[in-house]
Design a protein around this ligand. Structure first.
Ligand code: F6P
Length: 358
């Protein structure tokens, strides 16, 4: 049996992409007569026909490598079905043409929410598509974890650890802004792992007075410092009541370019402590994947090759408990996965006295 497999990575990169690419390739070479076509820079490359047949040795030595050897780009789903004004390119038709021109039997797309929405669209258009869930945000419905998440959690935890020592020395209040887009998984997990005193996530709008109480109590105690882990998407209780546009206008009226800066300034003013904010940003997405992510990405890649062998398409690979499963793209694409209010990790945080701002 011969299969020509197109593979692309789309959306924000994360550690583990190369491990997953390698998992697909090595397993495909083992299981059947595979030819692998690397598509450059995500869906952009599929639209523009930027593809290249890859050799076996190109998948060697990449397990531990961060980023993606294929390159990536963000091509927002909302523009996928819109004909480009300048070039007149019909993106969906162009992607289907590349698929046909390259004589692909299937397409493996590694990505997060946006990637899966386009993957689902292409499956509806008749292409054989398999998704692999990656993102440091862990916000993909249908899988317990995405690869990339654990590495980012390790990095964010190390940031909190390092901030801890300087916070202790100076008796300062340190506000650390963690990535995660609109969800709080990364902040919640790294906040607990790093021993944060306060964790603020978008799913639980915060009251700054509640946060100030913890900082004040600590400032008066022997442990004068405080560590606050705040998700980049966190919202105050007032903001949570606003419509998106109103909230954007409100934020634009404030003299802060990020949430951590604003919270640090508010706490300095309200409690009289010395406060600083830290934004580790893309460091959280960089570098080599953790052992956990190498394994998860490899397992996902291997499962994708098995699906290709069995000609099961229109699905995305997922982790459920300790099983690798697959879900129909149509069932998961575009479905959000916020941290549930009754999540066990929320309860864990509360039970060890972490202030969640509510
Ligand atoms: O989705 C991954 C992520 O790192 C988010 O946590 C963050 O909000 C966003 O991407 C940043 O996007 P960009 O890399 O395009 O600045």
């Amino acid at each position: 049996m011969k299969r020509r497999i197109g593979i692309l990575t789309s959306g924000g990169d994360c550690p583990g992409l190369n491990a997953a690419i390698r998992g697909v390739a090595r397993s495909a070479y083992e299981l059947f007569d595979a030819e692998i076509i690397g598509i450059r820079n995500g869906y952009g490359g599929l639209i523009d026909g930027e593809c290249q047949e890859m050799s076996k040795k190109q998948f060697s030595g990449i397990l531990t490598l961060g980023g993606t050897i294929l390159g990536t780009s963000r091509t927002p789903f909302r523009y996928m079905q819109v004909v480009d004004e300048n070039t007149g390119i019909d993106k969906v038709a162009a992607m289907k043409k590349t698929y046909r021109d390259m004589k692909l039997d299937c397409l493996v797309t590694l990505g997060g929410n946006g990637t899966h929405k386009t993957a689902n669209l292409l499956a509806q258009e008749g292409l054989n598509v398999i998704g692999l869930p990656k993102t440091i945000d862990n916000d993909l419905y249908g899988t317990d974890y995405t690869f990339g998440f654990h590495t980012a959690m390790d990095i964010a935890t190390e940031v909190i650890d390092r901030i801890h020592t300087t916070a202790t020395s100076h008796g300062r209040c340190m506000v650390i802004e963690i990535m995660g887009n609109k969800v709080g998984w990364l902040t919640l997990f790294s906040g607990i792992a790093g021993g944060a005193d306060v964790i603020l996530i978008p799913e639980i709008p915060y009251d700054i007075k509640r946060v100030a109480e913890t900082v004040e109590t600590r400032a008066k105690s022997k442990k004068a410092f405080s560590i606050i882990a705040v998700a980049e998407g966190a919202l105050s209780a007032e903001e949570a009541k606003m419509k998106k546009k109103e909230r954007e206008a409100y934020r634009a009226s404030l003299p802060y370019d990020c949430i951590s800066k604003r919270i640090a300034a508010q706490l300095q003013e309200m409690v009289g402590v010395e406060a600083r904010h830290v934004v580790p940003g893309h460091i959280q997405r960089g570098g080599s994947p953790s052992a956990y992510d190498r394994i998860l990405a490899t397992q996902f890649g291997v499962h994708a090759a098995e699906l290709i062998r069995d000609e099961v398409y229109g699905v995305t690979v997922a982790l459920s408990g300790n099983q690798i499963i697959h879900n129909r793209l149509g069932d998961i694409a575009g479905v959000p996965k916020p941290v549930p209010r009754d999540d066990t990790m929320i309860q864990t945080a509360r039970n060890i006295g972490i202030n969640l701002g509510d």
